[in-house]
Design a protein around this ligand. Structure first.
Ligand SMILES: CC(C)(COP(=O)(O)OP(=O)(O)OC[C@H]1O[C@@H](n2cnc3c(N)ncnc32)[C@H](O)[C@@H]1OP(=O)(O)O)[C@@H](O)C(=O)NCCC(=O)NCCS
Length: 150
């Protein structure tokens, strides 16, 4: 996809990020969670913009030499156009700046698109967190912990 800009999330972006979030997850984070992340000194959130429209985001926590991906999401109408790929590439640039040696994340066991995305960048499955995620119908789903050594 052409003309995608990657920028740091600011307070002005919260509504747009929340719009992406609602298209991406069965139980979206409330806007207040993104607001809190702006105050979290460990957190860096990047947004993908096409013109004025926010079409994706990635959330990162940098802790010592580790990076934890809290979330990645692309608006449902803009998927399969390499926007997540751009966000992950930008994350890897930031990892260099932070001297990160290890990147980790949790992903739903049934979320094959996200697992394929991470595997493309060399992430490996490390462990299972049993019943980590809640579903809207109150059932639970396992998380796969994936990691990448840099
Ligand atoms: C996962 C997600 C972020 C991918 O975003 P995207 O911008 O569509 O991804 P890209 O176009 O950059 O695709 C990169 C790679 O991801 C994988 N991928 C993306 N969509 C896929 C799909 N529907 N099925 C299988 N693999 C897929 C492929 O390996 C793809 O590489 P390819 O195009 O060479 O095949 C997007 O589907 C999304 O927002 N899903 C809902 C939220 C979510 O599950 N987030 C992850 C939480 S851990």
């Amino acid at each position: 996809m052409e003309n995608i800009e990657i920028k740091r999330m600011t307070a002005e972006d919260l509504e747009g990020v929340f719009e992406v979030e609602k298209t991406a997850f069965p139980i979206p984070w409330p806007i207040s969670s993104f607001e809190e992340e702006l105050r979290n000194i460990l957190a860096t959130y990047l947004i993908a913009k096409q013109g004025d429209k926010i079409v994706g985001y990635i959330g990162l926590w940098f802790i010592m030499d580790e990076c934890h991906i809290t979330n990645v999401a692309v608006h449902a109408d803009y998927r399969k156009q390499k926007i997540a790929t751009k966000l992950v590439k930008e994350m890897l640039k930031l990892c260099k700046e932070h001297f990160t040696t290890y990147v980790t994340l949790e992903v739903r066991k049934n979320n094959i698109p996200a697992q394929c995305l991470y595997k493309k960048f060399g992430f490996k499955e490390e462990a299972i967190r049993k019943e980590y995620y809640k579903n809207p119908d109150n059932t639970r789903e396992d998380a796969i912990i994936m990691s990448l050594e840099l």
